[in-house]
Unconditional design. Structure first.
Length: 392
């Protein structure tokens, strides 16, 4: 007669993810407040609930039954995270420590043994209000989503086995140049022991000062260059049907003249996007002489996954109308932390067939992870389906 199997005592996947997130937040972002009806764990669970749902803090408190009101929670958070520039810098260090801890063991071992590829990018979140304290909080840019005002954040991602882990996050002030932003991110990477093999940057970082900084640090890089104009500049070099290396001088004949290596790639569209013919891509390059030209485009495509990471980050970001830059930075940092945890548990379940070396990845999407965390929090605090003002 078969015996009934004992119930497993191992934590479920939702419990593991929930515990990992709460432990990381409580360790690196301690909240110094005293309340009779609210503790630190409960407050972070409210923030996580709002993040994975894409809600505001007030809406999250309305849905959860046994939690304080949104005003009470907001008061405690404003005490912990004020709107000063000093608070932004302090929170930035704490978030970077939390992101570094959220890495899974494989990329950590890679960091200890070998050099890694990195990607640096800039994300701008539209803002429609006024600065909380100083004008430097808001960065102006090209009109998008009905505004030219943005809160800007720069990130440094580690590329490992086709996956991107966010390891550094920084707030970009209005007066800062791209050189200063890259310098700060590189210092953060150095502080966690990350050695860089190659750097892939967005075309927004195609600046002479950035080229000089990376060359000075002897970091090989690939940075796309905008091909503008009709006859002169880089457009004049896009001739023929063959990719090649060359040297190009920007702002020739002026005091700002700068000469750098340029890679020009010619790729055929082959009917992609209903287009035919060839398309040219230009990259500012350093330390790429030994890389075959057909591999340059493939190497830079590794950075494209960062765009998917930003899309998933926005899916995991709580919404707010607050002018407090520290609070807004916290919500972005929590979203990136959730993204890292998602990649970590997704890679932990990855299995490789010993016969054909094919890898199978478990079915863990961002949406499913969000449902797991939501279900876990709702089981603990209850959920209220009543909507104030709705017809009965």
């Amino acid at each position: 007669m078969s015996k009934r199997r004992p119930k497993s005592s191992m934590l479920t996947l939702s419990e593991q993810m929930h515990q990992t997130l709460i432990d990381t937040l409580k360790t690196h972002l301690p909240l110094d407040f005293h309340a009779r009806t609210l503790d630190e764990t409960q407050l972070w669970e409210i923030v996580l609930y709002a993040s994975v749902h894409g809600l505001s803090l007030a809406s999250a408190c309305q849905e959860l039954v046994e939690v304080p009101s949104g005003n009470r929670v907001r008061e405690h958070l404003n005490e912990a995270f004020d709107a000063s520039a000093f608070s932004v810098l302090a929170l930035e260090e704490e978030l970077n420590a939390a992101l570094a801890q959220s890495l899974s063991p494989p990329p950590k071992k890679r960091m200890d043994r070998k050099r890694c590829d990195i990607g640096i990018d800039l994300v701008e979140i539209p803002y429609y209000g006024q600065p909380a304290q100083i004008d430097e909080e808001i960065r102006r840019g090209k009109a998008r989503s009905g505004t030219t005002r943005f809160h800007a954040y720069a990130t440094l991602a580690l590329v490992h086995q086709g996956q991107r882990y966010e390891v550094a996050l920084t707030f970009v002030w209005a007066h800062e140049t791209m050189e200063q932003v890259v310098q700060r991110l590189l210092l953060q990477a150095q502080s966690i022991g990350l050695r860089i093999r190659r750097a892939y940057l967005d075309k927004g970082f195609a600046r002479q000062a950035v080229f000089t900084l990376l060359r000075k640090k002897r970091i090989p890089y690939l940075i796309p260059l905008p091909i503008k104009g009709k006859t002169g500049g880089l457009k004049a070099l896009c001739k023929g049907r063959t990719s090649y290396h060359t040297v190009h001088t920007f702002n020739a004949g002026t005091p700002k003249a700068y000469t750098t290596d340029v890679i020009l790639l010619c790729r055929y569209r082959k009917g992609r996007y209903s287009r035919q013919g060839c398309q040219w891509f230009a990259y500012a390059a350093y330390g790429m002489e030994h890389v075959p030209l057909p591999q340059i485009f493939v190497l830079y495509r590794r950075r494209f996954g960062m765009e998917s990471g930003y899309r998933q980050m926005h899916q995991l970001r709580a919404r707010t109308t607050s002018a407090n830059p520290t609070w807004r930075l916290l919500l972005v940092g929590v979203a990136f932390l959730l993204y890292n945890v998602y990649i970590r548990f997704r890679q932990n379940g990855r299995q490789v067939n010993p016969y054909d070396r094919r890898a199978s990845t478990p079915w863990l999407s961002v949406k499913r992870m969000a449902h797991m965390i939501i279900r876990r929090i709702e089981q603990r605090w209850g959920v209220d389906d009543f909507i104030p003002g709705a017809a009965t």
